[in-house]
Design a protein around this ligand. Sequence first.
Ligand code: NAP
Length: 364
Amino acid sequence: MTRKLGVLVHGAGWVSTQHIHAYQNNPHTRVVAISSRRLESAKKRAEEAGLHDVKLYDDYHKALENPDVDIVSVCTPQHLHAQNTIDAAKAGKHILIEKPIANSLEEMKAMRDAVRRAKVKTVVSFVLRWNPLFESIKILISNGFLGKIYYVETDYQSAVAAWWSGYEDARKKDTGVSAFLVAGCHALDAARWFASEERYGAATPVEVFAYSGGLRKGKTRQWNYYTQRWEDMPPLEYDDLEVALIKFDNGVIGKVSVNFGGVQPYTFPIEIFGDHGTIKDNRLWSAKFEGNQKGWITIPTILPDSAEVTHHPFQQEIDHFVDCILKDRESHCNLEDAIKTHEIAFAALKCYETGKPVKLPLLE
Ligand SMILES: NC(=O)c1ccc[n+]([C@@H]2O[C@H](COP(=O)([O-])OP(=O)(O)OC[C@H]3O[C@@H](n4cnc5c(N)ncnc54)[C@H](OP(=O)(O)O)[C@@H]3O)[C@@H](O)[C@H]2O)c1
């Protein structure tokens, strides 16, 4: 029997629970190490997962020296992702990088160059690409049910707040940067994904115009969706609302928003228009039915309607990542592809400064 790929999970917080679980369930991988800022967090994750034969570290570089490690899952807060990725690439490890990948264009370039040099495999955790509704929509689009796509609208609507263990880093300008970067990148990535008619393709953005606003920035009195109460909590240091218009290289127009200010449950609305049909969330109308369709067809599937990490398809994402490593093929969701999604978030920030549309790519 061939040796299983050894996994180091780095950053033993909320999302790491799902990474660990998925690697445990994959027949080709074994979690051999967990590292974190505090050893007790790594220990807690190991105990919860019933992992007895696992090395625990509070020093990432020491963990990377472990010869049993083939794969690193970067689950730290976002301001550490770039350096964590560069270090893992230098150590020759394949890398699963949690979103967002970086806090600046410079960081993105440095990690891209390090991964290119190391020739390791990457997947960026745009886990919604494996959500069953996303999969169903891509199957419909790539089989021509919507014809030629011309307009896509996606929105990330979630009251990101103190209920989230990552909030303290994410809410700050220095470490979180912007709402599009912290979580709205899921909606930016979804727009790219649906704007392409290829089964496993995502469209390339060529121009962005954006506004930002909202009412939460700087306010301590905020709605806690989980307790259903108004509570005092540390404020957001950036705007809670961003809206971007995107032109893609195939002519599709996208409109994407991130909204941390809505007093409502988590929702992720999707609208896709083609010259032969329309999709609104899990509802389809298509001229392919030659006039026999008398109402919207509703697809009974799992919607992207929860912020809970247990709801996200990490198993499918990680199975895909492992398959790419074993078959020596690049993922549709690798670092090079994810850079195109993140560039939209950085272009939006540039647009707030200049008031002018921003041409992409930003990285040469
Ligand atoms: N793809 C998705 O849908 C999804 C879902 C949720 C989160 N995420 C992303 O995943 C990342 C982590 O989020 P989370 O919710 O898991 O946050 P979290 O619960 O705060 O976990 C982050 C962990 O990183 C550790 N850490 C902090 N600073 C560190 C350092 N300097 N060195 C080593 N470890 C350090 C913390 O360790 P200690 O406990 O040891 O102090 C903490 O346990 C974020 O980028 C987030 O956006 C993605």
